[in-house]
Design a protein around this ligand. Structure first.
Ligand code: 5GP
Length: 129
């Protein structure tokens, strides 16, 4: 079953230039920009330019070029913001929320990159596993 993409979501509007953003890095296939409500000193969202709803949708349906470009952009952003281990940074957390149980608010795939401070435990659960 194909996943329906809502082209009125806020990140689609950012990609069309209808809403401004604080861009960190842009490539042919990918845009990285600052989260409007940062949860850490570094909080960047990396999104593909294509119409993908979630991580699994992107991983299954995107082209090899889009997937490679996305991941290389993540690496470049981490290096640019001095959080990449590879360039002496202290690290970061990458999170992708997907769907209702993932508590995804914006239905356009995005990877949160959070860093600049210790991020605490991975998940604060409101339910028991
Ligand atoms: P989600 O819950 O879908 O994983 O995360 C959506 C993220 O998008 C949130 O962290 C929220 O602050 C961010 N966000 C929502 N609207 C905007 C916007 O208009 N501009 C930017 N830069 N970030 C947004």
């Amino acid at each position: 079953m194909a996943i329906a993409y809502d082209d009125q979501n806020i990140f689609a509007k950012i990609l069309r230039g209808e809403i401004p953003n604080n861009t960190v890095l842009e490539t042919d296939h990918t845009l990285a920009f600052r989260d409007i409500a940062p949860q850490a000193p570094v909080h960047v969202l990396v999104i593909p330019k294509g119409p993908y709803v979630s991580y699994d949708h992107f991983a299954a349906a995107a082209s090899d070029a889009e997937i490679v470009d996305f991941n290389r952009t993540v690496a470049k952003v981490c290096a640019m913001l001095n959080i990449a281990l590879d360039s002496g940074g202290a690290g970061f957390r990458a999170i992708s929320n997907s769907g209702a149980h993932g508590v995804q608010e914006v239905p356009h795939y995005h990877l949160h990159i959070l860093g600049g401070t210790p991020m605490g435990r991975m998940v604060s659960k409101s339910v028991q596993a």
